[in-house]
Design a protein around this ligand. Structure first.
Ligand code: ADP
Length: 403
């Protein structure tokens, strides 16, 4: 069965076409500058990357072009678009409405629209992609896989903010969480590695990329999470501040005369690793500069690891059991110095760091970076959100086929 995975951003369309027989990627790519006068498509098949200048004034035109490439005699991998049996869409926000992936119908579209205000940057382009795919493939089942779904099981005490009642009731102010598809994927992979069923596994999963979040998983379900009503909360990220005293917002608006939009931009795009180091949001650059003695880069790396350690400590106390700590995302999967700092801060939990394993477990490798006698293993588990979306879509399509 061939499944097409689509992730639409405001000006981009990312895609992967899977053969689900052996979960291999037949084609993948990204179209950028969608909506501008000239768009670019980077399309990869059989390990070969092809670049095209295309016209994609909107997502519908962009997706049509991508489908044309998939069926192109030279760079394509399909005889006909009918070979695609299901389309899986990444959708960021469904609030508390869905705890699982769903086949898209009018009601699902209404729910996605209903969350535009809570996810103004992501839900509208996600829905544009869905409409474009329905137009291009009207007879093919389409599935929505939500970033929030895995986190919709958080208990009330974890998702409630101690703010006025009306904010919660009328304006839906609560923690929703994000990166759920990644946390769910690594939870499934880790359960397999540990030889447990998913509903028996207890983990702290850390997604450390440009955006960073952590989830406490009890018996396969999320019970706590570090992002909040928006992705700004929690860990120190590439350009997002993570947790701060909320009163800083009022203080800086008054002291520096900043508008709401300026503070929003500063906390989302100019803070985090970039704000602390003053030079970069990229952990690779920072580690190089830190090595050379740059104080801002050193502090940024220190703060990044310290915040993770602090969160792990708090999740440790609320989880009735803990099988492993899982690190994933670009930094989790690759950055040996950060992984070392995190593990070295967890000695009181019985974590015994293994520097040799830390050196060798990189670039897509799965494995522990702790010793065999560590009381608590720390595992590197590469994430794969697209594959999770493809698996969910296949399962939903199979359900349809089974009647
Ligand atoms: P996104 O959240 O955009 O998907 P990624 O998961 O790719 O991002 O993570 C990006 C982060 O991972 C960047 O800070 C980058 O520096 C870091 N990263 C990627 N590879 C390495 C590496 N080999 N060493 C250190 N950091 C790395």
């Amino acid at each position: 069965m061939k499944i097409f995975v689509v992730n639409c951003g405001s000006s981009s369309i990312k895609y992967k076409l899977y053969s689900m027989t052996n979960e291999t990627v037949l084609a993948s790519g990204v179209m950028e500058r969608v909506g501008e006068a000239r768009s670019q498509l980077s399309h990869t098949t059989n390990g070969q990357k092809h670049q095209f200048a295309v016209e994609a004034p909107d997502h519908t035109a962009g997706l049509k072009d991508i489908i044309a490439k998939l069926t192109d005699p030279d760079v394509g991998v399909l005889e006909s678009v009918d070979e695609i049996r299901g389309v899986g869409h990444r959708v960021v926000h469904a609030g508390e409405r869905y705890t699982d992936s769903v086949l898209i119908d009018d009601e699902v579209i209404d729910v996605i629209e209903d969350h535009f205000q809570l996810s103004p940057l992501h839900n509208p382009p996600n829905l544009a992609g869905i409409r474009a795919a329905i137009e291009a493939m009207p007879d093919t089942p389409q599935a929505a896989v939500f970033d929030t779904a895995f986190l919709a099981t958080l208990p009330e005490r974890a998702y409630t903010y101690a703010v006025p009642h009306e904010w919660q009731q009328k304006y839906r102010v609560r923690k929703y969480g994000f990166h759920g598809t990644s946390h769910r994927y690594v939870t499934h992979q880790t359960a397999e590695v540990l030889g447990k069923s998913v509903d028996e596994v207890n983990l702290i999963t850390c997604h450390l990329g440009n955006g960073c979040s952590m989830t406490a998983v009890h018996n396969g379900r999320a019970i706590e999470h570090s992002m909040g009503m928006t992705p700004l909360a929690g860990l120190v990220m590439g350009t997002r501040s993570g947790d701060i005293d909320p009163a800083i917002v009022f203080y800086i608006m008054k002291a520096a005369g900043l508008s709401v939009d300026q503070v929003d931009k500063a906390l989302n795009k100019e803070s985090g690793l970039l704000g602390v180091s003053g030079i970069s949001n990229d952990m690779r650059d920072l580690l190089i500069e830190a090595e050379k003695g740059h104080p801002g880069a050193q502090l940024a790396a220190e703060l990044f690891a310290y915040r993770i350690i602090r969160y792990i400590g708090s999740y440790y106390t609320i989880l009735p059991e803990l099988d492993a700590i899982v690190l994933t995302g670009g930094i989790g999967e690759n950055s040996q110095p950060i992984r070392a700092k995190v593990c070295q801060g967890l000695g009181r939990l019985g974590v015994k760091f293994d520097p040799r394993r830390n050196e060798t477990t990189i670039r897509g490798k799965l494995g522990p970076i702790t010793t065999d006698d560590s009381a608590l293993p720390v595992l590197i588990v590469p994430t794969n959100e697209e594959l999770m979306i493809a698996r969910d879509t296949r399962a939903l399509v199979e359900r349809v086929l089974a009647g």
